[in-house]
Write a protein that binds this ligand. Structure first.
Ligand code: SF4
Ligand code: FES
Length: 255
């Protein structure tokens, strides 16, 4: 029995993408992750590796993170070729090391997409998503206070569909998982959350048209119905939202 298994710890070999900046070539570098508790999250494992790198005078691996609770959408990397790693409906910060075995080799790469430039190592620039949101503009309806809001009748079914779409955290895994690097699941979710509710109707057509045009302009690919985005999404956003987005776009084009 190895020391690692006695302590409920594992040892891993990591192949990590290292890239000093957006305009320089990157390469894989190998590191050992030693005595990693299986109760740690994936990001805590990277923290342990980074502490060792810093102690030995080397540059730590750059990766994005904030809430570490699956809420903010900041974290994300390809782990053995899968966006956010092997667990369904899980962000990288919520992926636990118990899903790995002692002696595993783990390949860690940034999201790959023309629209998401690598900033450093595993950090990519996802400001293209912000530009799509900005293109959508504002909602002109004055919803007033809570009593006024309650006076606008919304069926439970519609409210739940809208809330499901609104649970998109903007992580970018859908783009990374798509063979065409399409942003349609993200954009479809953002368009749907407003298009479903009466408060979002006045600008619905303008919004759909502007957001889709911006998405195309930013260099994202097209959708060819691979559904890899849905599989990779940590919030399990349905591709039904892409179909709804296409209907909204058609309405905008017709009227
Ligand atoms: S649709 Fe899912 S995978 Fe895409 S950005 Fe939103 S939460 Fe992330
Ligand atoms: S760090 Fe916030 S979702 Fe992972």
């Amino acid at each position: 029995m190895t020391r690692a298994s006695v302590k409920n710890c594992i040892n891993l070999k990591l192949n990590v993408w290292r890239q000093k900046g957006p305009d320089v070539n990157g390469r894989f570098e190998s590191y050992k992750a030693r005595n990693i508790s299986t109760d740690m999250s994936f990001l805590e494992m990277l923290d342990v590796v980074n502490e060792e790198l810093i102690l030995s005078g080397k540059d730590p691996i750059a990766f994005d993170h904030d809430c570490r609770e699956g809420i903010c959408g900041t974290c994300g990397a390809m782990v053995n070729g899968r966006a956010h790693g092997p667990e369904k409906g899980t962000t990288l910060c919520q992926l636990h090391m118990r899903y790995f075995s002692d002696g595993d080799t783990v390949v860690i790469e940034p999201w790959r997409s023309r629209a998401f430039k690598v900033v450093k190592d595993l950090v990519v620039d996802r400001s293209a998503f912000d530009k799509i949101i900005q293109a959508g503009g504002y909602i002109s309806v004055n919803t007033g206070g809570a009593p006024d809001g309650n006076a606008i009748l919304v069926s439970q079914e519609v409210a739940e569909k809208s809330m499901d779409a609104a649970s998109c955290i903007g992580c970018g895994a859908c783009v990374a998982a798509c063979p065409n690097a399409s942003a349609m699941l993200f954009t479809g979710a953002k368009i749907s959350q407003f298009a479903l509710l009466p408060q979002g109707h006045p600008e619905a057509k303008k919004r759909a048209h502007a957001m889709i045009c911006k998405m195309d302009e930013l260099g994202f690919g097209n959708c060819t119905n691979e559904a890899e985005c849905e599989k990779a999404c940590p919030k399990e956003i349905s591709i039904v939202n892409i179909a709804r987005m296409n209907r909204e776009f058609l309405k905008a084009a017709l009227f």
